[in-house]
Write a protein that binds this ligand. Structure first.
Ligand code: ADP
Ligand code: MG
Ligand code: ZN
Length: 502
């Protein structure tokens, strides 16, 4: 029987690998610094040489526990480590030390704001494990035949694997979940969480089924190097599997497929391994890890406000627009700057949010800098916005002042003074400027009187140009209308302003 493809349901679960931000590796004292010369941060332990004995890095456990708490996991008081066996040159021991039987955390959840509202996505488990080394495949070239190069600097860096339940129902939801998770990890400062550097990686599992049926066979997708890639690969795979189901050919085997970024397709890699293939068994060289309750309590007390909580507060307390609350709450440094500015500013919180998310973000991006690099304080930003509110400067000038603050670190008042940027609000001065403009452009005046409203904008532009944007825009509007009114009243060519200036 033919069934509409639209009636299929998509089921997605993610496995996320996060490099924990420790100075030393998980089982040895080697540095975890990114970008060093190959094989300069290695020792017998992380090279897997015989006789090397693993000693657990306390900091890695602390970061894993902190993440577990933030993800509402049940923490395992006596967690253990296991060996997972597979052969690959970047895994010199021939097994990875991971947690299979007793992961450090289980049954957690993360709340995410989806298109149809907030929902908790369950976290099946989180477990600690170690990174493998890195393989570089070189094609045959001038220097000789094809070669594979191995760099073990990464070998043994602590990883936290976060596994979700199969509860995401579209590629867009998968992306939103992953973005929220990244924001949480950044907020906790447990990881750099940089997809580009590989410290935040995601494998995605997808299956389709008819509503009400059991879970279908799934495909695991690899090589998802950006949020865009994750969403695109899942969308492709979703369509491919629906097509197969619609043709009455559901997947026979669970398989692993790789996203081909250039072609925009997923490509078969291998059949999915079964658990038995890994010959898991308890790691004999690492004793069980007893986690004192007092330690967990201390870490719980130290938890920062998480992005979702912050977002709620921004909506409730500051009444920010929903999109701005979402953006700001995910950027820790910007959010702190926003709140610091509000301590000095007597105006709307939304105005501050607009400036930070708009102009300031633009300037920082252009200069490839972040909030930590700013040479001015939140108090200075508050002063700038206050000056604009008091109409000492216009919005346009305020932007120029912000650029100067960014460049020099000088105070807004000093910058305005130095450049003579105070707004012109004296009606007499504005009237003179307007009359000059009208007198110099008789043709445009004719146009305006003939009904071309566009000419009005031209006059405004001209006055602003002459005054370098300093004229108070509302006053300019009023005075310009009045002056043009004189022309109409006195006839086309007999305008008072025209006579005087001509
Ligand atoms: P594995 O043996 O591959 O480690 P897990 O049970 O740990 O299997 O699941 C790995 C990931 O695959 C989890 O994120 C889970 O939600 C997801 N997953 C499991 N079954 C399905 C399915 N039928 N469809 C989609 N995702 C699934
Ligand atoms: Mg798994
Ligand atoms: Zn080492």
């Amino acid at each position: 029987m033919w069934v509409s493809k639209l009636r299929y349901e998509t089921v997605i679960g993610l496995e996320v690998h996060v490099e924990l931000k420790t100075k030393a590796k998980l089982w040895c004292g080697c540095s975890t610094q990114f970008g060093a010369e190959p094989n300069t941060q290695v020792c017998p332990v992380c090279l897997g040489l015989p006789g090397g004995l693993p000693v657990l890095n306390r900091k890695a456990v602390e970061l894993a526990l902190t993440t577990g708490l933030a993800l509402n996991c049940v923490l395992t008081a006596d967690c253990r480590f296991d060996r997972k066996h597979y052969f690959y040159p970047d895994l010199p021991k021939g097994y990875q030390i991971t947690q299979f039987y007793h992961p450090i955390g289980r049954e957690g959840w993360l709340e995410v704001e989806f298109a149809d509202g907030p929902r908790r996505v369950r976290i099946k488990e989180i477990h600690l494990e170690e990174e493998a080394g890195r393989t570089y495949h070189l094609p045959a070239g001038q220097d000789g035949g094809a070669a594979s190069l191995l760099d073990y600097n990464r070998s043994g860096i602590p990883l936290l694997e976060i596994v979700t339940a199969p509860e995401l129902s579209s590629p867009a939801e998968a992306r939103l979940f992953l973005e929220e998770l990244k924001a949480v990890l950044e907020c906790l400062e447990v990881s750099d969480a940089k997809m580009e550097e590989g410290s935040f990686r995601c494998d995605a599992n997808l299956s389709v089924r008819r509503p009400g049926e059991a879970l279908g066979k799934r495909v695991e997708l690899k090589n998802l190097n950006s949020f865009r890639a994750l969403e695109a690969a899942l969308a492709y795979e979703e369509e491919r599997q629906r097509e197969l189901l619609a043709q009455g050919e559901p997947l026979r085997h669970e398989e692993v497929r790789a996203w081909d970024e250039e072609k925009g397709i997923t490509v078969y890699m291998r059949e999915k391994e079964r658990v038995a293939d890994y010959r898991y068994f308890p790691e004999p060289e690492v004793p069980p890890l007893a986690i004192p309750a007092a330690w967990v309590q201390t870490l719980r007390r130290r938890l920062p406000e998480l992005p979702m909580e912050k977002r709620r507060r921004y909506l409730e307390v500051y009444q920010l627009a929903a999109a701005d609350a979402a953006l700001l709450s995910r950027r820790k440094a910007e959010a702190a700057f926003f709140e610091a500015t509000l301590r000095y500013y007597r105006g709307s919180a939304q105005n501050v949010a607009n400036w930070i998310l708009g102009e300031l973000t633009r300037i920082m991006k252009e200069a490839k800098q972040s909030v930590a690099d700013l040479r001015f304080s939140a108090e200075d930003l508050a002063a700038l916005l206050q000056l604009q509110d008091q109409k000492v400067i216009s919005g346009k000038i305020a932007k120029a002042v912000l650029e100067e603050m960014f460049r020099t670190g000088n105070k807004p008042a000093a910058i305005i003074e130095e450049h003579g940027w105070q707004q012109i609000s004296d009606p007499g001065t504005i009237k003179t400027l307007v009359r000059e403009t009208l007198a110099a452009n008789p043709a445009a005046v004719e146009d305006y009187l003939g009904g071309k409203e566009k000419a009005f904008a031209f006059f405004v532009g001209d006055v602003m140009r002459k005054s370098k944007g300093r004229v108070n825009p509302e006053l300019l509007n009023t005075i310009l209308r009045a002056e043009l009114g004189n022309y109409t009243a006195a006839g086309h060519s007999g305008g008072q302003g025209g006579h005087e200036a001509g």
